[in-house]
Ligand binder design. Structure first.
Ligand code: NAD
Length: 378
């Protein structure tokens, strides 16, 4: 993709579907001398300064950034954090050289210095080191390295820990017991790799995992530690001796009890949702299912726990870090908050016959509106 095409993608729509919750600000950043094209969306700050990740990918867009910022508003409110929702995207290949990445991330940080109601964190394509560069430039960022007082959320697997707590709290409603459950994980990065580990710790069996190149599967179970070592050493899941290598999207049709998307948005849509063969979907990725796909699963009585409930572990960890808490507090808070939220929305959904997303959204939006009512409105 050349620079002009990239710019066309990043500015794909002049505006987004704003409503009374937000977005409060959309900022397009263009620093030609630094090769920087980026967008920041600050969706809602009623509960406090917005927290949300910095995503780096060649194909990011304004609509993706806004939808992710809104997901953060809901996620932070659902988790009861003193933070609103925001998100940013930088156009770029995350596999660029370290030197180039540092200069791009530092240019991005300098450009958002005045956006004090946005606290950046790591997301796809960025990591703790990137957040250290951001903090070095502007004095604020979460998801910092341990040496800077951070609780490295991707190193400890905060989101994977939360997904396991979610599945545990859902056991009675989903009928899927973690012990012995067959789990398939799409994406084997910071979320997917650790989710596989935490589920295996609870007695679940990892029957398949995928990355951007391929799926590796074994109905009798993959050795999670050996698979992670293979990925670390070779950069790919393909060729793992303890399972069969299949094409990338084979993960979608793997028979399992729990299917965990932990890669890109919109990976399940109306066209491929029929291939999913599972009883429970835990949205580890943000917005991994289109609305059509979620409706189709609801009609088949496949339980879907939405992203802003299931994958809040990372941002809860970041909020604990921002408040000066310890790693132990972060782990306890993740398990407690995600467990309690999951139980609450599942009970409500069962009582009312509505989908988990419907009741979770209603509960969370009510919390955001309450916070908005407590802010100055003139
Ligand atoms: P990551 O970059 O560490 O890992 C992404 C993984 O997905 C990689 O293994 C990559 O190979 C794989 N992948 C990419 N495209 C794929 C495709 N089409 N099919 C299968 N696999 C594919 O990213 P991450 O931090 O693990 O984040 C994954 C998702 O989870 C994103 O949607 C992110 O927004 C969301 N999320 C992350 C966190 C967190 O704590 N890191 C928290 C909440 C939500």
């Amino acid at each position: 993709m050349n620079a002009e095409q990239q710019f066309a993608t990043v500015t794909d729509r002049a505006w987004v579907d704003a409503d009374d919750l937000g977005p409060e600000k959309i900022v397009h950043l263009h620093r030609a001398e630094a090769g920087l094209r980026a967008i920041v969306v600050i969706d809602n700050v009623a509960a406090g300064p917005s927290v949300g990740g910095v995503r780096m990918a060649p194909d990011v867009s304004l609509s993706e950034c806004f939808r992710l910022a809104r997901a953060m508003t809901l996620k932070n409110a659902a988790a009861g954090l003193a933070h609103g929702g925001g998100k940013s995207v930088i156009v770029g290949d995350p596999k660029m050289t370290d030197e180039r990445k540092e200069s791009l991330v530092r240019a991005f940080a300098a450009a958002i210095g005045d956006l004090n109601d946005y606290v950046p964190g790591p997301d796809m394509g960025t990591d703790e080191r990137c957040m250290a560069w951001v903090r070095d430039e502007i004095g604020r960022a979460v998801g910092l390295p341990r040496e800077l007082g951070g609780i490295p959320l991707d190193e400890i697997g905060a989101t994977g820990l939360g997904l396991a707590a979610c599945a545990r709290a859902a056991e009675d409603h989903s009928g899927v017991r973690l012990n012995g459950a067959r789990v398939a994980v799409q994406g084997f990065g910071s979320v997917g790799r650790h989710a596989a580990r935490f589920f295996a710790d609870q007695g679940a069996v990892l029957v398949a995992a995928s990355d951007s190149q391929s799926t590796v599967a074994d109905p009798d179970g993959l050795d999670v530690a050996a698979l992670a070592a293979h990925k670390r050493d070779t950069g790919n899941l393909a060729g793992f001796a303890g399972g069969r290598t299949l094409e990338r999207d084979a993960i979608i049709g793997i028979a399992c009890d729990i299917w965990i998307p932990a890669a890109r948005p919109d990976v399940i849509d109306a066209a491929n949702v029929g291939r999913l063969d599972t009883r429970l979907v835990l949205e580890g990725a943000n917005i991994p299912l289109t609305a059509d796909a979620e409706a189709a699963l609801a009609a088949r009585e496949v339980l879907v726990i939405p992203d802003f409930i299931a994958n809040a572990g990372g941002v809860i960890c970041a909020a604990v870090e921002y408040a000066g808490g310890t790693e132990r507090t972060a782990r306890e808070t993740i398990e407690e908050k995600i467990g309690a939220n999951t139980a609450e929305v599942l009970e409500h959904a069962a009582r009312t016959g509505r989908t988990v997303r419907e009741v979770a959204t209603e509960m969370t939006v009510a919390r955001v509106r309450t916070a908005m009512g407590l802010r100055r409105r003139f």
